[in-house]
Design a protein around this ligand. Structure first.
Ligand code: ADP
Ligand code: NI
Length: 196
């Protein structure tokens, strides 16, 4: 089995059944976004792809025991994929540093690529679907007039998602973000137009 198949299997197994927008399909789309960004950004594509697959496996939104998950991921990368220690720690650092809530300074071009790729999956049609799924799961409404808070799905567009474009690390990601945001504006407008 080649390394990509091993990573796919490992990620699929770990994310199977995830119900908060961090399933295996999310990992696959982040990977696809990485490939697009890497066409114009000079970086280590292999590292970006591996990190794209596994980036949510050591996040407390996804696993209960982050330390254990981190040790298991390290072992997998080192023993199953036979990555050198420096690459293992590079992948782990990317996973630990890219989250929006942490707001950390990123110290490698690969971390910046994966962060943009992850953020792009929060936008566009997929972003709308993930946001509504989250809101429904949390018992929140989809739309509340003038709400720009996390308390409604479309409120979350304003509180976080529309801000992501300016936070992108690369111009190419900003362009993709801009395209993806158009469909969100249109979607939101349909609700606003029903306001009396
Ligand atoms: P991350 O983008 O760092 O993986 P989150 O867990 O915050 O982080 O978000 C995952 C997805 O869940 C987001 O892309 C968004 O669509 C949705 N989401 C997060 N918080 C809310 C919220 N308060 N209301 C609606 N959707 C949300
Ligand atoms: Ni993610």
């Amino acid at each position: 089995m080649n390394n990509i198949s091993k990573i796919e299997n490992y990620t699929k197994m770990r994310l199977d059944g995830n119900k908060n927008g961090h399933g295996y399909d999310h990992a696959q789309r982040v990977c696809a976004n990485v490939r697009k960004i890497c066409k114009v950004i000079d970086c280590d594509l292999d590292i970006c792809i591996i990190a794209a697959y596994v980036h949510d496996l050591i996040d407390r939104k996804v696993v209960d025991d982050v330390e254990l998950a981190t040790r298991e991921l390290q072992e997998f990368l080192q023993l199953e994929l036979a990555l050198p220690k420096s690459k293992v720690s590079h992948v782990i650092t990317i996973c630990q540093s890219i989250s929006y809530s942490k707001g950390l300074e990123l110290n490698s071009v690969e971390a910046k690529v994966v962060q943009d790729a992850d953020r792009l999956d929060a936008l566009g049609a997929v972003g709308i679907a993930r946001t509504i799924a989250y809101a429904v799961d949390a018992g929140n409404p989809i739309y509340v007039k003038d709400d720009h808070s996390d308390g409604s799905a479309i409120g979350h567009f304003h509180s976080k998602l529309y801000k992501l474009k300016d936070l992108m690390n690369f111009d190419i990601s900003k362009q993709y973000a801009e395209e993806k945001m158009q469909i969100m504006y249109e979607f939101e407008n349909q609700f606003i137009n029903f306001d009396m």
